[in-house]
Design a protein around this ligand. Structure first.
Ligand SMILES: Nc1ncnc2c1ncn2[C@@H]1O[C@H](COP(=O)(O)OP(=O)(O)OP(=O)(O)O)[C@@H](O)[C@H]1O
Length: 253
């Protein structure tokens, strides 16, 4: 049986600047399923990042409600939202915001110690996760500037999941990477999802979108397409790929 992890009710986001109002998200009623790898696509400026920020509690809706695992985010103040995000959400962005003056290990521990009290256990978990994403012991004491873009993003993902978030939110996580690095980062995110964590990812890239099992298409602040794609498999699946391309063509992508 499926369980809803995030549900929005008439979610609206309006930005005002220079006396002009821009209605970016318009009355969105969305249900995201626990364990899903949900992809958000749509043309530039359609509101994808705004939606990601709203449902993850990074930004507040103008109108409407967001239920996140039984918590009404609309009722939380900024401090409560910060604690909520720390406990339940992981974030990966195109720009990797590791702290340059800290080692790989310390970057992750700094996030982990905000939630975990047992440092020894945390160090153990951090090292296990680093090995899982292909960052071996000889890189643990390196500083972020000594890593490749792909390595840094994989460290960023470990930092994002160190507190075992319910949902990993990713906004163009491979946007700044070459093809080989992108694949390794996508493999890591796919494994995070296979380990039971929900993933919500914004992308413009078809290859990235094929990692998801559900595609939401946003146009001008409204969800105008919702495709069930089935699970990703390492074995090339022409049907899935064609299904996605057909869907995107229908959407006018
Ligand atoms: N903080 C803000 N203040 C004012 N306008 C904003 C703000 N954030 C986003 N917008 C506007 O909202 C619209 C949607 O932005 P958003 O970043 O959500 O689009 P997107 O679909 O993610 O685009 P892209 O694919 O180009 O990243 C844009 O017109 C943008 O200029």
């Amino acid at each position: 049986m499926t369980k809803t992890i995030i549900k929005t009710n008439k979610l609206c986001k309006t930005f005002s600047s220079g006396g002009i109002q821009q209605h970016v998200l318009k009355n969105l009623d969305i249900s995201l399923v626990e364990g899903d790898f949900t992809i958000i696509m749509g043309s530039s400026g359609s509101g994808k990042s705004t939606l990601l920020y709203a449902i993850s509690g990074m930004d507040k809706p103008t109108i409407g409600e967001i239920d996140f695992a039984g918590n009404n985010l609309s009722k939380l103040n900024n401090d409560q939202l910060a604690i909520f995000r720390r406990n339940h959400c992981g974030f990966v962005f195109q720009q990797i915001h590791l702290l340059d003056n800290m080692s790989v290990l310390d970057n992750i521990l700094a996030s982990g110690l905000l939630v975990h009290k047992n440092r020894k256990e945390l160090v153990k978990r951090t090292k296990e996760l680093l090995v899982q994403v292909g960052i071996q012991e000889n890189s643990w004491s390196k500083f972020p500037t000594q890593l490749s873009g792909g390595e840094a993003q994989r460290v960023g993902i470990v930092r994002a999941i160190i507190n075992n978030p319910k949902v990993l939110f990713a906004d163009e996580p491979t946007g700044a990477l070459n093809s080989a690095s992108s694949d390794s980062v996508l493999d890591v995110i796919t494994n995070v999802n296979r380990n039971g964590q929900s993933v919500v990812l914004v992308t413009h890239d078809i290859k990235t979108a094929l990692r998801g099992n559900r595609i939401l298409y946003l146009r001008d602040g409204v969800i105008c397409g919702d495709l069930q794609l089935g699970d990703y498999s390492e074995v090339e699946n022409v049907d899935r790929s064609e299904k996605l391309k057909h869907f995107l063509t229908e959407m006018g992508w």
